[in-house]
Design a protein around this ligand. Structure first.
Ligand SMILES: [Zn+2]
Ligand SMILES: [Zn+2]
Length: 417
């Protein structure tokens, strides 16, 4: 059996891992979205596809796997619905901006028609494999994949974490720790820890309330999937959902998450938050800015979407709240570091003050280690992490006696048994 890394190894983005035994199973097939878009190194023929969760760095190039044939595809129901939303959006961006779409609608339809939606803890047979999904605690429907090889003498249990968070979020329980022989783990935050979540929430709420008291607009750019719902739930719990406006793709994503309540914790918080908040249509945007308001809108890294419509129209008592990671060469990064963004009209200076928070949906270093220890594998393979962090993490876990690797893109690891 071999594992080949078509992307997402010693880098964050375009996650793509091929498990090749008698049959080939691709786990995730994403894009890397920095300033430009990068794809997995090639598009192999596969017998099955497993999608860990909807984010485009895992799903963004998946339709390319569907040529003529039917490829059985496994994931949860919210993963299918949310990734369809994001992939449809990729197609419409390509159409609007007149560039060649990365895949055809026909391929996206094939993907959707091949989808077998799985609940957590409900294994399905695929040849000699048993495939079982577990809650990854990252976003709605996110899964840790267990592939069990019934006849193998060694390395029976292959576990791929996808993106995960051990610590609970408002809408998610922490990830489940799944026992493994081979653990392929994300390590985005290797070497780093997140601040205490409750303190981040208290600081955010204080600052948002201050903006509202002054009659300003609290603009919170968010990813449509995950962060938007988490922020809305936090605002609701602090009595602020009534002042909140949800715009852009966050609207549809929030509806999808809400109609799959079994894939979130505290689903009643989200449904009550939706009742209190207002979902904004394009024509209503000017009125949102007239009074004090909280605006939750896409895109999370300010690379398009209604956030660009709002950002230059905020009144002088306003503030921008960055709640997550901003990739290099994105408007979000440039706003935080240099106070400007790039639009169709060129560089635009943003005078509104900016606050930065960490509401990450990934495990920090302590929790990554906790996962490895709990999963108790023989071999650890570290992905979804930049080169430096991946190598340092591998050293750290080797120090605890595990066999560990941080493969590069294109590399193959042979596993016996
Ligand atoms: Zn993710
Ligand atoms: Zn990811």
């Amino acid at each position: 059996m071999i594992l080949k890394f078509h992307g997402g190894a010693q880098e964050v983005g375009r996650s793509s891992i091929l498990l090749k035994d008698e049959r080939s199973i691709m786990m995730d097939f994403g894009v890397k979205l920095d300033g430009k878009t990068e794809y997995p190194i090639d598009v192999p023929k596969v017998d099955a596809f497993i999608l860990s969760h909807a984010h485009l760095d895992h799903s963004g190039y998946a339709p390319a796997l569907y040529e003529m044939s039917h490829v059985p595809t496994f994931g949860t129901k919210p993963t299918l619905e949310l990734s369809t939303l994001l992939l449809e959006d990729s197609l419409s961006i390509a159409r609007k901006e007149h560039f060649k779409p990365p895949f055809h609608r026909r391929q996206l339809n094939l993907l959707r028609n091949s989808f077998v939606d799985l609940n957590y803890h409900k294994p399905v047979k695929f040849g000699k494999f048993d495939i079982e999904l577990h809650d990854a605690g990252h976003i709605s429907g996110s899964a840790i994949t267990l592939i069990e090889r019934a006849n193998a003498k060694e390395n029976r249990r292959i576990v791929y974490t996808g993106d995960f968070k051990l610590e609970p979020q408002t809408l998610h329980r922490g990830a489940e720790i799944v026992k493994s022989d081979v653990l392929i783990t994300e390590a985005t935050y290797a070497g780093r820890e997140h601040p205490e979540r409750n303190k981040e929430i208290a600081r955010l709420i204080d600052e948002v309330e201050e903006v509202l008291d002054r009659g300003g607009n609290a603009l919170i750019p968010v990813f449509a999937v995950g962060r938007a719902q988490e922020m809305l739930a936090i605002l609701y719990q602090n009595g602020l959902a009534g002042s909140t406006y949800v715009d852009g793709m966050a609207r549809e994503a929030t509806k999808i998450v809400a109609r799959n309540p079994r894939f979130i914790d505290n689903s009643s918080i989200l449904s009550k938050a939706i009742e209190e908040a207002e979902f904004v249509q394009a024509r209503e945007r000017p009125s949102v800015l007239k009074g004090p308001s909280i605006i939750l809108t896409t895109a999370g890294m300010l690379q398009g979407g209604p956030v660009l419509n709002y950002i230059s129209r905020l009144n002088s008592n306003s503030r921008i709240f960055i709640t997550g990671y901003q990739a290099e060469d994105t408007n979000g990064r440039s706003l935080v570091e240099n106070g400007h963004i790039n639009t169709e009209d060129g560089k635009v200076r943003i005078g509104t003050p900016v606050s930065v928070y960490d509401f990450s949906a990934h495990a920090g270093n302590t929790d990554l280690l906790r996962y490895v220890r709990g999963s108790a594998p023989n071999t650890v393979i570290c992905v979804h992490s930049d080169e430096e962090c991946a190598k340092a993490f591998v050293e750290e876990i080797r120090g605890e006696g595990f066999d560990a690797f941080a493969p590069k893109v294109g590399e193959t690891i042979k596993l016996d048994g």
